[in-house]
Design a protein around this ligand. Structure first.
Ligand SMILES: [Zn+2]
Length: 91
């Protein structure tokens, strides 16, 4: 009785199974394309959120309160307790 110590990769080379390699590369390309599409979607969504926060800052009747987590040299010490945006952040 002999032990089969060949790795799966060696076995594939022996079988000359190039179609499987092409299929795997195709899947890798597909997932890379998906990653690229998601990155574009994340960038687009981030830009929309940024603009919406600016719009909210202009629309809100702010009630600014001191942010308890701010330290003495923080630029943004006051936060609106209605819209949760910092005072003068978009001003
Ligand atoms: Zn506000």
């Amino acid at each position: 009785m002999s032990l089969n110590i060949e790795s799966p990769c060696v076995e594939k080379q022996v079988n000359n199974d190039t179609y499987k390699c092409i299929e795997i590369k195709s899947k890798i390309d597909l997932y890379n394309k998906k990653i690229s599409e998601y990155k574009t979607l994340i960038k687009s969504s981030s830009d929309k959120i940024k603009q919406l926060k600016k719009d909210l800052y202009c629309e809100c009747n702010h009630v600014f309160v001191r942010d308890p987590s701010a330290v003495y040299d923080d630029i943004y010490k006051y936060k609106c307790n209605k819209c949760h945006l910092y005072k003068n952040y978009y001003g």
